[in-house]
Design a protein around this ligand. Structure first.
Ligand SMILES: Nc1ncnc2c1ncn2[C@@H]1O[C@H](COP(=O)(O)OP(=O)(O)OP(=O)(O)O)[C@@H](O)[C@H]1O
Ligand SMILES: NC(=O)c1ccc[n+]([C@@H]2O[C@H](COP(=O)(O)O)[C@@H](O)[C@H]2O)c1
Length: 305
């Protein structure tokens, strides 16, 4: 079965925001509400704590859908965001539409700018990229910024970022990522004291999904965990063909293809941060390709001068 078919347990909160306003919630609803009220970082000796913004997290499920399995997800987009573009923001819209169609409730999403230690050529300092993402996210109803990855003293692999987010949203990671049980394990039996796990899913462009199959770029056990324990929402991109890789029996994406949700972007675009930086270097306009607030920030702080 495709991961869209997996049935999670639990009943839906009517509206998490309503919950905050004091409407009486069932024990299951209370569990989700309690998870979201906690703004926590991952407690580890080495980790720098970074509060997780939760202001946009909300349950959009309507009362007529109650009774169906409740599958709350949060999207995580990892990348350079150098600078963030409207294409990055569109990914959240496209993914949310597709997941909602598949019966998921998309509570919200996060952009996680990569740590400076990633040392990609031309990478602006994380402090600027985090700030630019915050300005870009102001234009989104879904996206927020998780600065945990950027604030760590060392580079963090994407699986760690997913695990940390899961930890911050729930009590402990599920599946092979932690000691808890996978969210599909309770077979639909309602357990009054437990709440549905909020599942982070990795939101990527097709080029990033293709890189999962490139030997040496990702640890094989990380690819497995990302696809099996979390799942990837893949937005189509020019020059990428993920479905071909999923069909190719020798590709690692074949074995775990159930963990990939392909989303066709009907308005395909070739916006990339690299091309926008090139435009800036030539003194050209990037207006309408990047939110205005980000353009002002770039000018004010001479980020790419
Ligand atoms: N136009 C686009 N269509 C689909 N996915 C995109 C698009 N632009 C970026 N992405 C995706 O957004 C995520 C973060 O992108 P990131 O900032 O690292 O890359 P990028 O825009 O390709 O930047 P760069 O050009 O600097 O490599 C990645 O998963 C990438 O595939
Ligand atoms: N092994 C890994 O976890 C791994 C490998 C390659 C890229 N990534 C992530 O992919 C994102 C995009 O990277 P690129 O900009 O290099 O395509 C970054 O957030 C980076 O951390 C992770």
């Amino acid at each position: 079965a495709n991961f869209l078919d997996q049935s999670d347990s639990g009943k839906a909160p009517h509206d998490l925001k309503a919950g905050y306003q004091g409407i009486v919630a069932s024990p299951v609803e209370e569990g989700v509400l309690a998870s979201l009220r906690r703004v926590v970082g991952w407690t580890s000796d080495k980790a720098v704590q970074a509060p997780l913004p939760i202001d946009k997290l909300s349950c959009k499920r309507r009362s007529h859908e109650l009774g169906k399995p409740y599958r709350p997800v949060v999207l995580l987009s990892c990348g350079s965001f150098n600078p963030p573009t409207v294409a990055h923001l569109r990914m959240f819209e496209l993914a949310a539409d597709e997941l909602i169609k598949g019966g998921y409730d998309v509570l919200g999403g996060y952009m996680s700018p990569v740590n400076d230690a990633y040392s990609k050529k031309g990478l602006a300092p994380a402090q600027h990229r985090v700030e630019m993402c915050r300005l870009a996210a102001q234009t989104s109803d879904i996206a927020m910024v998780d600065s945990w990855e950027a604030e760590q003293p060392t580079y963090q692999r994407t699986l760690m970022v997913l695990q940390r987010l899961e930890q911050a949203l729930n009590e402990q990671p599920s599946g092979r990522a932690g000691q808890g049980q996978a969210d599909s394990d309770s077979g639909g039996t309602e357990q009054p004291s437990s709440s549905p796990r909020i599942k982070p899913m990795l939101l990527c462009g097709a080029d990033m999904v293709e890189s999962l199959a490139v030997p040496g770029v990702w640890k094989p056990e990380h690819v497995r965990s990302i696809l099996e324990d979390y799942g990837v929402v893949c937005i189509s991109r020019e020059h990428s063909n993920v479905s071909q890789l999923m069909e190719d029996r020798v590709s690692p994406l074949h074995e775990f293809s159930n963990g990939i949700l392909l989303v066709e972007n009907p308005i395909i675009n070739n916006i990339s941060s690299t091309v926008l930086r090139q435009q800036l270097a030539q003194g050209r306009s990037i207006r309408y390709l990047v939110p205005d607030g980000v353009i002002e920030y770039i000018k004010k702080h001479q980020v790419y001068d």
